[in-house]
Design a protein. Structure first.
Length: 93
């Protein structure tokens, strides 16, 4: 089975990104193994062009997938939508 990596695309000073990370933290309280990394799109022109007006965006990638594949959950989302995304992505059972 391929490992799934979660990436939260964000940037400094984005209150919606902070809200998304709070939802992830709440999900982590229920699922201790849940991990993600935060990538600041301001540090990468390509990411900024791709996600500039869309952040926060949560991306699930498996180790077997190319960089441009994988599922994304775009804002707005709530706890139940996050849980569905995590299950559908194979992150949670």
């Amino acid at each position: 089975m391929d490992e799934t990596t979660l990436i939260l695309y964000s940037t400094e000073g984005c209150h919606l990104c902070e809200d998304a990370e709070a939802l992830l933290a709440a999900a982590q309280a229920q699922h201790a193994s849940l991990r993600w990394s935060v990538v600041d799109i301001a540090n990468d022109d390509t990411l900024f062009e791709r996600y500039g007006w869309l952040i926060p965006v949560l991306r699930a990638e498996t180790s077997a997938e190319a960089e441009n594949s994988g599922g994304e959950l775009r804002w707005p989302f709530d706890g139940p939508a996050l849980d569905r995304f995590l299950c559908d992505s194979g992150v949670l059972p």
